[in-house]
Structures are given as C-alpha cells and as structure tokens.
Design a binder for this molecule. Structure first.
Ligand SMILES: C[S@@+](CC[C@H](N)C(=O)[O-])C[C@H]1O[C@@H](n2cnc3c(N)ncnc32)[C@H](O)[C@@H]1O
Length: 189
C-alpha cells in the first residue's frame, strides 16, 4: 500500500506563494492547459467536475465549455485564488474539498483530473477512479493530464496513474498524447 503525499507538503507549498507551482506564469503550463482544453472531444458539456483546481487557470478554459463547472481544491488559498480568477465567469462554483472523501453528488458529462492523482494513496486512487467512472453519464468524457518525471514527494508517477486509468474496465480510451514532460489521456465511459 502506498501512502498519500503528506498534508505537510501542501501546507509548505501553499505557504510559499499565491501561485506555488507558477501555473499562471510558465509557458509549459499555459501550453499544457491549452492542449488539455483542445483535447476535449465535445464543444460543450452540461456539467463538469475538476478536483484539485489549484489557482484555477485551467478552470477558466473549462468554464468556457460548460455552463455548470464545479472546481474543488483542498487548500483554502487555492480556493480563494480560483474564486478570484473566476469571479466574472458565470456557471463556475468553487468549493473547498478533498477527493475522494468530498466527491460531489450527482452526475457529470466531463471529469478533468489535472495533476492531482499522483498524490493519492493506493486505496484513495482506486476510490477516485471508481467514483469518477460512476459519476460519468454513459458516453461522458474523462480527461487526465499528469507530469511524467518522478517527484520524490509524489506517491505515483504520471505514467503509473495513467496506466491505472487506462486499465479501468469502465473506460474506453479515445486519444492520448505523451510528451517528455506530461501525459494526456482522453477516455470515455
Ligand atoms: C500541481 S497542482 C495542479 C492544479 C491544477 N489542477 C492544474 O493542473 O493547474 C495540484 C493541486 O491539487 C490540490 N490537491 C492535491 N490533492 C488533492 C485532493 N485529494 N483533493 C483536492 N485537491 C487536491 C493541491 O492543493 C494543488 O492545488
């Protein structure tokens, strides 16, 4: 059983700045967000869920595709930053919470898992993948994107979590992009 990334890791990173991973300023992040949005199979969704939204940069792109977008973040500083960034965007709800325990009720036709799965313990990862599949309507899309190089504090590499995702019996793979720095998978229920 692999343990989760400890809470202290998030407290330390979020204690450093309002944008601890430089999501708003690095071109590699901006490019990855645009590729992620471009990979969404449909122009519009009805209801979407994005756990681990960070400071909400990807949230702004997803909100443009969904009239009812739910962003969740475990750290209050991220919740505040995402609320501020999305203040003028109708249909965006930002809540404080942690997957899998605070997985929201109801169904979605899009779930986006961006740079969040590799922090989870083995049972948490199993629970999140099962909940994501259960929460998707038939034909709904799951888009996942994760950093590939190994990071000491991460429980998994991006490749490991995407292998688990692609092996899930409730999902069919639609497309994938593998670069040196990240892997992007689009799957459908
Ligand atoms: C590397 S950042 C990625 C943020 C955003 N998804 C992106 O791609 O820019 C990871 C974020 O996930 C949050 N996080 C980590 N574990 C989480 C969990 N179990 N539930 C909700 N948020 C989580 C962290 O606080 C952090 O803001």
């Amino acid at each position: 059983m692999r343990p989760p990334t400890p809470d202290a890791y998030f407290d330390e990173w979020w204690g450093r700045s309002d944008d601890p991973w430089a999501h708003a300023t690095r071109w590699s992040e901006a490019r990855k967000y645009r590729l992620t949005a471009a990979a969404l199979p449909r122009p519009r969704y009805d209801r979407s869920f994005e756990p681990g939204c960070g400071i909400g940069v990807l949230t702004t792109l997803l909100a443009a595709r969904s009239p009812d977008h739910l962003a969740m973040e475990r750290h209050p500083r991220g919740v505040a930053a995402t609320r501020e960034r999305c203040a003028g965007l109708p249909g965006v709800t930002v809540v404080e919470g942690r997957i899998p325990d605070d997985w929201p009720a109801g169904s979605f036709d899009l779930v986006v898992l961006s740079e969040v799965l590799y922090y989870l313990s083995s049972p948490e990862l199993d629970a999140v993948l099962d909940r994501a599949v259960e929460a998707l309507v038939p034909g709904g899309d799951l888009v996942a994107v994760h950093h590939r190089p190994s990071v000491d504090e991460h429980t998994w590499t991006g490749d490991e979590v995407h292998e688990r995702l692609r092996a899930h019996p409730g999902l069919t793979s639609l497309s994938r992009l593998v670069e040196e720095g990240f892997v992007l998978d689009v799957l459908q229920r």
